[in-house]
Design a protein around this ligand. Structure first.
Ligand SMILES: [Ca+2]
Ligand SMILES: [Ca+2]
Length: 491
């Protein structure tokens, strides 16, 4: 699959989201590092379309003994769905929540090469089969489905499973399918699925393909430089819970190149216009004047999800394409408006909150947000707002980030911090443009005195997974000044 979005490859601060995840699922009394065991099972699922007994590869991380479970009554279950458009991996996740049962799995057709395991079927890029697979994993956690040996989860884990305390944790784009599954299979999941956590999830098509910025440069190999700029055609005043206002009037395209095939032709010359990046030979940037921002006279590259057959741009960008000359004869590799709508109908959370809330009365939503998002750059955070509004407008329970007291209880060293917003559930922020009023800071490190300091990055991303080899940016702030340096991760 060609991937034209920056998901999964973004250099990120390693600590913040990991902390938020732990804070979100850990009780104050949790013992970090409690012993756990790993159990692999194969789960028969119709989502594989493999007769007679197609299975999903599922891995369970569980407390090793009842005393290590979160509650005296047993252990709740959280099912973790990865971001990007990957078919999943079996790596450990939410490692701070060792007192819970944590489940990871591979979507139909998914392969984990490092583990030598795979799920039967064909990967449909978070489509209907993946949605069904997530349902079946949840129903296994609920004790209503059995593995390929005929065993329930209760038969294989050494703790009592709290079947009525199951949560989905959607990392970034994984937060979309969690809500879609809760809507489409809510009748089956009601009574089991209690909450969904969405970590900075891009819940509408424009957010998923990052139409608002930042924007990639064209670089050889695995270098990932981005122009950290908002889309100059984005108008925050045009926000709606389903889409945002971007003027795509300058849309143009060229399907003879790899990327970008679609762009906003700011300088109007009919081609995607770039300049060389002095510090990176071979890289080219649309930031022609090198001021670090993209203006209306510069080109804006648009990204798409891609299933190997078609590229799916945002609903709004796609609707603008027929007005562009190159789409007079619609390219065979780009999804048209009906195909685009059909694709996003199953991949945007924004269209499924109401159904999830009505199907599963009492389900709760938590939206994790830090001041500096791991991908999105728009300062009014419309993706966080859409996620919040999705739950809120459906009269569901929703909160941005765990409460201050919860976080401080987890880490008492944070008690002195004055920059941890204590949001009230079911209450929107007074000003979405003031992220520090509702989002967590990007660092929980204490300020340091003047002098030389040493810090170690363990080479993992916000999900605790090994980051890809390549160039990463290191940022240091002091006295209101900020310096950025490049560093190379070699594996
Ligand atoms: Ca141009
Ligand atoms: Ca510029």
């Amino acid at each position: 699959m060609k991937q034209r979005t920056p998901f999964g490859s973004f250099p990120v601060a390693a600590s913040v989201a990991t902390f938020l995840l732990a804070a979100c699922v850990l009780p104050a009394s949790a013992e970090m590092g409690a012993a756990e065991i790993t159990i692999d099972i194969a789960l028969p699922s119709a989502s594989t379309h493999t007769s007679p007994d197609g299975v999903l590869a599922v891995r369970i991380f569980t407390p090793a003994a009842p005393a290590q479970a979160r509650y005296a009554a047993g252990a709740p279950v959280v099912i973790r769905v990865p971001g990007g458009t990957t078919s999943g991996s079996l790596d450990p996740q939410l490692i701070g929540a060792a007192d819970m049962i944590r489940i990871v799995f591979l979507f139909p057709g998914g392969i984990d090469l490092s583990e030598g395991r795979s799920s039967d079927g064909t990967y449909d890029y978070r489509g209907i089969d993946c949605i069904t697979a997530l349902r079946d994993v949840a129903l296994y956690a609920a004790g209503t489905l059995t593995d390929s040996s005929g065993s329930t989860i209760d038969d294989v884990v050494p703790v009592t499973v709290l079947h009525d305390n199951i949560g989905f944790f959607g990392s970034s784009n994984g937060g979309n399918i969690c809500v879609v599954a809760a809507d489409l299979h809510g009748t089956d999941l009601d009574g089991y699925l209690r909450y969904i956590v969405q970590w900075e999830s891009p819940v509408s098509s424009q957010m998923a393909v990052v139409d608002l910025g930042p924007f990639p440069t064209l670089c050889p190999s695995a270098e990932h430089l981005n122009v950290a700029s908002e889309n100059p055609w984005y108008d925050p005043a045009g926000y709606t819970p389903l889409n945002v206002s971007v003027d795509y009037g300058a849309v143009a395209g060229d399907t003879t190149v790899f990327a970008p095939q679609v762009f906003l032709d700011g300088n109007g010359d009919g081609i995607y216009t770039t300049a060389p990046v002095d510090s990176y030979p071979g890289c080219r940037t649309p930031d022609l004047d090198g001021d670090g921002a993209l203006g209306p006279a510069e080109d804006i590259p648009l990204s798409a999800f891609d299933d190997g057959v078609l590229s799916y741009y945002s609903r709004d960008a796609t609707r603008a394409m027929p007005d562009s000359a190159i789409f007079a004869s619609w390219p065979s590799t780009i999804a048209d408006v009906p195909a685009t709508d059909s694709w996003w109908n199953l991949r945007e959370a924004v269209r499924h909150y109401a159904g999830a809330v009505s199907s599963i009365p009492g389900i709760k939503g938590m939206v994790l947000a830090s001041v500096e998002d791991h991908v999105q750059i728009a300062s009014d955070k419309p993706h966080i707002r859409q996620a919040f509004d999705g739950w809120f407008d459906a009269a569901g329970w929703v909160k941005i980030n765990p409460g201050r007291s919860y976080v401080v209880a987890e880490n008492p060293a944070l008690a002195s911090r004055t920059d941890l917003p204590d949001n009230t559930e079911n209450t929107p922020p007074a000003d979405w443009g003031d992220a520090t009023s509702y989002a967590y800071p990007d660092s929980f490190d204490a300020p340091e005195n003047a002098g030389a300091h040493t810090h170690l990055w363990d080479g993992t991303d916000d999900d605790g997974r090994a980051a890809a080899a390549g160039v990463y940016l290191l940022q240091v702030s002091a006295d209101g000044r900020r310096a950025t340096r490049k560093m190379m991760l070699v594996r």
